[in-house]
Write a protein that binds this ligand. Structure first.
Ligand code: HPA
Ligand SMILES: [Zn+2]
Length: 336
């Protein structure tokens, strides 16, 4: 009898829930909410998924959210991600949610956040997948708005685990958000920020020194600054790298050009993630599979990447130990 296949237990740390809105769900929610779409068919919508850079992607990402309106829509969106992620071996996900992508189009915060929370609350029971929720602020909107929303969340009844920064990077340095991050820190929240995706290494320094982030999202432009790499290595600051996103947003030309192996060689704590899987051609397991094919990664390298994700997560030590033991079992299964 064939041995049952053991899947590598994965942790996902860079995932925008809004970026899991698949074309089929866009059409379903448009029908549910009686929204007229500008696309006549799924194919016509899919034809829009060619991006020149981050901002051309963000235009479509925000636009497509028009169909997500009711609390149940947010729950359905989130549940669909959890189901797909679990099927790909994800055991723990730390999920980004952009409140301003919804409040700015008139959806009350409580509806959007409540719907996401409804799905996350059942995730362990339904999918065997634990989660944390990280509220990300749009850096191309005023910091005063982010501060107001954070205050509302802190006063509300949905508890969150951390905050982050995303959206258009260049021209919006982390220094604009010092007050928001100070408030989050004072309230015991974890801190992350997108930096060094399209922005310069100086933004990564600011995220570390001014915002005191615990992880850097993307961060691949850090490689342009040796002193910064030394700092990231010395402090074991994780970088949540998203290879298929990097290719689709033209941060790099092709997957073959991805600096993953060089980053690992330099001792960086690199984790593999999907970013916006409905837009970039794959979920986290697809990212791992694409890297494995491109760079002929062996079982030890895959186990290292899985362990990096576990180390970089905001799980408690005992929870990390459980997942690391599952990686051990997977690694043993690979040598048989
Ligand atoms: O890849 C991203 N970068 C910045 N902001 C984002 N918001 C969703 N995805 C992204
Ligand atoms: Zn991102």
């Amino acid at each position: 009898m064939a041995l049952p296949l053991i899947t590598l237990p994965l942790v996902e740390l860079h995932l925008h829930i809004e970026g899991t809105l698949e074309p089929e769900l866009i059409f379903d929610l448009a029908a549910r909410n009686e929204v007229t779409l500008p696309w006549a068919s799924l194919d016509e919508l899919r034809a829009q998924y060619e991006f020149a850079d981050l901002s051309s992607f963000l235009d479509l990402y925000y636009r497509n959210l028009d169909v997500v309106r009711q609390r149940v829509d947010f729950a359905d969106l989130t549940r669909a991600y959890l189901k797909r992620a679990a099927a790909g071996g994800v055991r723990h996900a730390e999920i980004f949610f952009d409140p301003q992508a919804h409040t700015s189009r008139g959806i009350p915060l409580a509806i959007a956040l409540g719907g996401v929370h409804d799905a996350l609350a059942n995730s362990v029971a339904e999918f065997g997948l634990s989660t944390k929720l990280i509220v990300t602020f749009l850096r191309d909107r005023p910091a005063s708005e982010a501060l107001e929303i954070l205050q509302q969340i802190l006063a509300g009844d949905v508890s969150i685990d951390g905050i982050g920064l995303d959206s258009a990077e260049v021209g919006y340095p982390p220094s604009l958000f010092i007050e928001v991050f100070s408030l989050a820190r004072a309230n015991g929240l974890h801190l992350v920020a997108h930096a060094g995706e399209e922005g310069p290494p100086a933004y990564v320094w600011e995220a570390l020194d001014l915002l005191q982030v615990e992880r850097v999202d993307h961060g691949i432009r850090s490689l342009e600054d040796d002193a910064l790499v030394e700092r990231l290595v010395a402090d074991r600051i994780p970088l949540t790298v998203c290879p298929l996103s990097n290719v689709r947003l033209r941060v790099i030309d092709t997957l073959a050009d991805h600096p993953l192996l060089g980053m690992l060689e330099r001792g960086l704590l690199v984790t593999i993630n999907s970013d916006d899987p409905a837009y970039f051609g794959g979920y986290v397991d697809d990212n791992v599979a694409a890297l494995t094919a491109e760079f002929a990664l062996d079982a030890a390298q895959l186990a290292l990447l899985a362990r990096n994700g576990i180390e970089a997560s905001f799980l408690a030590a005992a929870e990390k130990a459980v997942l690391n033991a599952e990686v051990d079992v997977w690694l043993q299964s690979q040598s048989r």
